[in-house]
Ligand binder design. Structure first.
Ligand code: SAH
Length: 227
């Protein structure tokens, strides 16, 4: 299915992306040109197993299997803008899911490590990224609530699952001058939170509410806490 979809990334899909960016992303205030260009260039429909193809560009999160979802396009744009990527960063993403956010990050930074706890999702994401020739993303299978200490520190960390509290491991693995973007709150509603590390000090800012699937792991939700 994905091969025939690749052929469909023609003029029509480019138009779908342009409307998505205009109506959902720029209309809501995202201004970072690099983020907008990256989202124009990545064929979102190749990451979402839904039909018809137009649905992949709709203003909503969508199921990707295993009870998980790909974030709404605006949420991807908003979180990516909050990371303030300039192009030379090493980035950690926790929650690979479909691999779409990782593909966007790959366009905007030097190197991306993305960690996913569900093996089948991680493997599918890796295949999709390979097919698109994206070479600066490393997909790792594991519990990212404790970060990925092997390759730390990271200039940016983005968590695309909701957590009851900010995992201390992620703060530790953030480089000096770094930024962490993470949804913090209950299992049904979170606050998108940005944490900055400057001269060894931590600064925190709350940007607005959001809803994500739970970050399940040693420094996130314990399975018995929300089932
Ligand atoms: N960024 C994704 C959407 C992520 S949905 C995209 O672009 O499609 C959240 C993902 O986080 C789910 O795939 C879920 O399995 C994963 N997840 C939840 N807890 C995790 C953990 N502790 N470590 C790694 N991944 C986790």
């Amino acid at each position: 299915m994905e091969d025939s979809r690749a052929e469909e990334d023609d003029e029509y899909c480019r138009k779908l992306r342009e409307s998505m960016i205009e109506d959902q992303i720029i209309a809501r205030g995202v201004r970072d040109r690099r983020v907008i260009e990256a989202m124009k260039s990545i064929p979102r429909h190749l990451f979402v197993p839904v039909s018809p193809i137009e649905r992949a560009y709709s203003d909503t999160p969508l199921p990707i299997g295993e009870g998980q979802t790909i974030s709404q396009p605006y949420m991807v744009a908003w979180m990516t803008e909050l990371l303030r990527l300039e192009g030379d960063e090493k980035v950690l993403e926790v929650g690979t899911g479909s691999g779409y956010q990782a593909a966007i990050l790959a366009k905007l930074s030097r190197e991306v490590y993305t960690i996913e706890r569900v093996k089948s999702l991680a493997e599918t994401a890796r295949e999709r990224l390979d097919k698109l020739g994206i070479e600066n993303v490393h997909v790792v299978i594991g519990d990212g609530s404790a970060g990925l200490p092997e390759y730390a520190p990271y200039d940016r960390i983005i968590v695309t699952a909701g957590t009851p509290r900010i995992p201390p491991a992620l703060v530790e693995q953030l480089a000096e001058g770094g930024r962490l973007v993470i949804p913090v709150g209950s299992s049904s509603l979170q606050m998108l939170t940005v944490l900055k590390k400057k001269n060894g000090k931590i600064y925190k800012k709350e940007e607005g509410s959001c809803v994500f699937v739970p970050l399940v792991g040693v420094q996130g939700w314990k399975p018995e806490e929300f089932f």
